[in-house]
Write a new protein. Structure first.
Length: 236
């Protein structure tokens, strides 16, 4: 069940918003995005608790506004550090997933046809004009013609009159068509990483908002508090 919306916190940090990214699918990609969803949910719930702590501190009539901030700041700092580390770990995991899916989509093809047939296909393609060659290969990919595609892309590119970069591009096109679920997973983890980076940057401002002060002001309050306490130790 989704965490209830809290109007005190930016909607961008609610875990449900991650489900709006391109590539998200409850069956296919939700499992691999679970850590990212959990990190956002953790941040959202934690911020709500910090707001609750701040509200409770305000009700303590013995504390000034500065004392209220200091009372909340220790917990706020601890939680901010914990969440920042969690977001970093999620981003690192997404980076590894991106690298894995990229590698999968760039795997070299192996020819399925016999050596003789593969050679004939490559010669046929090489004898075409550049425009005809690219059109022919793209149509073979679109048609799912593994025999033709693997004959051309499963051998050195120059044997078919192809540039090496074009061969890599067409290999990727083939894998994306043959294994669309991998392409979808790659899209999802790329977009999730971008979202985590963007929303992770919001975390610090949201902690300050929950705390009721900036970290710079907290430092000033702590220094002032330490000086005042030190001045009261004259009789010891």
């Amino acid at each position: 069940m989704p965490t209830p919306v809290d109007s005190r916190i930016t909607p961008s940090l609610h875990a449900e918003t991650l489900k709006a990214i391109d590539g998200y699918d409850e069956q296919l990609t939700a499992p691999i995005l679970a850590p990212a969803l959990e990190a956002l949910d953790d941040a959202y719930i934690t911020l709500g608790r910090l707001h609750d702590g701040r509200d409770a501190a305000k009700k303590n009539q013995a504390w000034s506004e500065g004392q209220q901030v200091l009372a909340v700041s220790d917990a706020a700092y601890k939680q901010q550090q914990r969440l920042a580390k969690k977001f970093d770990n999620v981003r690192a995991t997404l980076d590894k997933q991106i690298a894995h899916f990229e590698e999968t989509l760039q795997q070299p093809l192996e020819s399925r046809a016999s050596v003789g047939i593969s050679g004939e296909i490559r010669k046929f393609v090489k004898d075409m004009t550049t425009e005809e060659r690219h059109k022919f290969i793209q149509e073979a990919i679109d048609a799912g013609d593994h025999t033709t595609v693997s004959a051309v892309l499963g051998a050195p590119s120059y044997l078919s009159g192809l540039d090496a970069n074009f061969a890599k591009t067409y290999t990727r096109f083939w894998h994306e068509r043959a294994t669309p679920e991998v392409a979808t997973k790659l899209k999802a983890v790329r977009n999730a990483k971008a979202a985590i980076e963007e929303r992770g940057a919001l975390l610090f401002k949201e902690v300050e908002k929950a705390m009721g002060s900036t970290w710079g002001k907290v430092q000033e309050l702590r220094q002032g508090n330490d000086k005042a306490l030190a001045a009261l130790k004259f009789g010891e």
